[in-house]
Design a protein around this ligand. Structure first.
Ligand code: 5AD
Ligand code: SF4
Length: 491
């Protein structure tokens, strides 16, 4: 997913600092919190909410670790390396903490997220500087947990009570939203009941729980009122969403999107990450019916081999995936498809891998993420026979990534000469430059005045880079307040 923080929950480690995330009490005795976020967008969203609940306690976010009174590592457990990075980061933090102690300053250290959930007390045993370990369902309790830790006890809170979390975190002050970019995340469900045999999510995030329609709509309305133009609905298995509406009916994701599309000022909607089995007709048709639903879909398939799909417990065949893609392209021919692939799952033969390459060739992706299988303790995959040697995994990953890179280049090149709506999000690297997002989720760089940040502009795509597009603002057209794309005659 382009830059993975934008895209997937379970990804390359990404680091997002929270400097502009809080609305800390000004003046008075402010304390500084440094939040480092690993993994998926769900963690990015959770980190923002943690800084939200800490703000009334007088915490202001900082980018400077050495300046922090409280350090939070919001962790990811999806692959082994992600957890190891946390431990090595804790080693670095220990040194900073010791330095601060020399000048009489304290530093508290918290580990949150999926490593916290999975490893619990083991974390403070392995890294004694850790004062508190808090699982993803308990962030609303941070202030009181912090109090306990400050009083001297090691705190480990890994209860599963997701409803309580949603209820307590649902209030989000407009002032806080305003400080954030015009594109925001909104969690609509958490957890997963699919139990793919390689995946820790059902264990770290628990069973699938959907927020109520009312809660989501009111959070989205507050975001829109504060200037958010694009919302990405988040969930580990987002299209399994089944939230209760005010009249007690159960709504799927398609229906929820239709309702959110009615909110004034919300010009763009996205959702991630989906499972092929949960792509129902209503959701597919929403891509046809809703102008604000962006033409981008992240739909991981993981493997193109029926044998491996079965061993992964993905609950669908290769052919069923092809048929699904056909139906989606029927209603949205121009959609940018993205996916996740795992190479080297136990038992994957050369032929199985070839089947994956063949699937990729047949589908044609706009982008995709790929990973070497990483054995996760406690998952069925970890004890399967025929684990694939590391060098074979590496060779397969390189081949797959080369193929996807080619497809991404071709997809980007096909945008050349088009005019499309771009949501301008932030300043670029060079003076006078802004960076925005195309309907297909590609970053677009262009020269434009800073006061256009937060607006949607018609932009002609004039050049293509490896990951981003380069555009030219179309003069005379200001904020169109519309989404989707306007096909233009080729240049
Ligand atoms: N090993 C490698 N990749 C994994 N993923 C999830 N679990 C594992 C694992 N054990 C990948 C899947 C998923 C993505 C977010 O991370 O492709 O879709
Ligand atoms: Fe993990 Fe499978 Fe659930 Fe995705 S659908 S979160 S890969 S168990």
């Amino acid at each position: 997913m382009t830059s993975r923080p934008e895209q997937d929950m379970e990804t390359n480690v990404t680091v997002v600092s929270a400097a502009d995330m809080t609305d800390a009490r000004k003046g008075g005795n402010t304390r500084k919190v440094f939040v480092r976020t690993y993994g998926c967008q769900m963690n990015v969203y959770d980190s923002e909410r943690m800084t939200d609940v800490l703000a009334p306690e007088g915490f202001e976010a900082t980018d400077d670790l050495e300046d922090a009174d409280l350090v939070i590592l919001n962790t990811c457990h999806i692959r082994e390396k992600a957890a190891e990075k946390v431990y090595s980061e804790l080693g670095r933090i220990r040194k900073v903490k010791e330095e601060r102690a020399k000048s009489g300053k304290d530093m508290m250290v918290g580990v949150t997220g999926c490593v916290a959930q999975a490893e619990g007390e083991e974390i403070s045993r392995r890294a004694p500087i850790v004062d508190l370990v808090v699982g993803p369902q308990s962030y609303h309790q941070l202030p009181s947990l912090l109090e306990k830790a400050r009083a001297g006890s090691k705190v480990v809170e890994t209860e599963f009570d997701i409803d309580a979390k949603f209820n307590h975190l649902s209030e989000r002050a407009e002032k806080q939203v305003l400080k954030r970019p015009p594109s925001a995340f909104l969690t609509v469900q958490e957890g997963c009941d699919k139990f793919c045999t390689f995946c820790v999510v059902p264990y770290t995030r628990g069973a699938e729980v959907s927020r109520s329609v009312e809660q989501i709509v009111s959070e989205a309305e507050r975001m829109a009122a504060a200037g958010v133009r694009e919302i990405t609905l988040l969930g580990q298995n987002v299209n399994a969403y089944h939230g209760t509406s005010p009249d007690g009916a159960v709504w799927g994701l398609g229906r929820l999107l239709r309702r959110l599309a009615e909110i004034d000022g919300l010009d763009r909607l996205r959702y991630t990450t989906s499972h092929p089995r949960d792509m129902d007709d209503d959701l597919i048709e929403a891509h046809r019916d809703l102008k604000s639903l962006m033409p981008y879909l992240h739909l991981p398939v993981q493997s193109g081999s029926d044998k491996i799909l079965k061993a992964m417990n993905r609950r669908h065949t290769r052919d069923e995936y092809f048929r699904l893609i056909d139906r989606i392209r029927e209603v949205s021919p121009d959609i940018a498809l993205s996916g996740d692939f795992i190479v080297g799952f136990p038992g994957e033969s050369d032929q199985d891998f070839e089947d994956t390459m063949d699937l990729i060739r047949q589908v044609g992706y706009g982008s995709a993420f790929s990973f070497k299988y990483s054995s996760r303790p406690g998952t069925p995959g970890a004890t399967m026979d025929e684990q694939v040697p590391e060098d074979v995994k590496s060779a397969r990953l390189a081949a797959l990534q080369a193929l996807v890179a080619e497809q991404q280049k071709a997809f980007n090149a096909s945008r050349l000469g088009m005019t499309c709506d771009v949501l301008l999000e932030k300043t670029g690297r060079n003076p006078g430059q802004l960076v925005g997002k195309s309907p297909w989720l590609q970053p677009v760089q262009l020269d434009a005045p800073e006061d256009l940040i937060g607006s949607i502009q018609a932009v002609e795509i004039v050049d293509i880079g490896s990951n981003s597009l380069f555009g030219r603002l179309i003069a005379g057209q200001d904020d169109l307040g519309r989404s989707g794309r306007i096909p233009a005659p080729a240049a």
